[in-house]
Design a protein around this ligand. Structure first.
Ligand SMILES: [Ca+2]
Ligand SMILES: [Ca+2]
Ligand SMILES: [Ca+2]
Length: 174
């Protein structure tokens, strides 16, 4: 028992070392624009509340949602030019993914690589203008859709009172 405990501890330390060695990205924002806090799995209402319910009253108002998103957008904009390049967008996502793997004591695997690939694909989707610059306006348009998709009872806040739709009914947030 001691041995398996020790070896899992070592594995966690190895993962930590690997992750910090890879953490060359300057982006360490809590989450990417257009995304719930948990990049891989764990999405849904709980993750959404965890990410955006800043006053912890069990519901996310539009003001809370917009404030957090704007903060994340700015944090991801590491060169401060007001738009996100593909590199900035993906780096921010990867920062969160790394942290998630670290929290779960996992090492980057095939799913990790796929998630990064998907982030590149997503950038092409969210960057509607296809100019390599994801703007705050593009982010706001996605935010609007995301929020309305989650606020299924249409009362202007997202909470557990909103019956959840199946994943395919959610647009552009995953
Ligand atoms: Ca709240
Ligand atoms: Ca930028
Ligand atoms: Ca609602």
């Amino acid at each position: 028992m001691t041995i398996s405990k020790t070896s899992s501890l070592l594995a966690a330390l190895a993962a930590a070392a690997l992750l910090s060695a890879c953490a060359s990205s300057p982006a360490s924002a809590p989450a990417a624009p257009g995304q719930p806090a948990r990049p891989a799995g764990g999405h849904g209402l709980q993750a959404f509340l965890g990410s955006y319910d800043t006053n912890r009253d069990g519901q996310v108002t539009r003001a809370e949602f917009d404030a957090v998103r704007l903060q994340r957008f700015r944090a991801a904009d590491t060169n401060g030019d007001g738009v996100l390049s593909e590199a900035e967008y993906v780096a921010e996502f990867e920062g969160r993914l790394k942290r998630q793997y670290f929290d779960e004591g996992k090492q980057p695997d095939k799913a990790y690589e796929n998630s990064i690939k998907q982030a590149h694909v997503r950038f092409a989707i969210v960057n509607r203008a296809r100019d390599g610059k994801f703007t705050a306006a593009e982010d706001a348009a996605i935010a609007d859709k995301t929020f309305k998709n989650l606020d299924t009872n249409g009362d202007g806040t997202v909470s557990k009172d909103d019956p959840q739709r199946p994943p395919q009914a959610r647009a552009n947030d995953d």
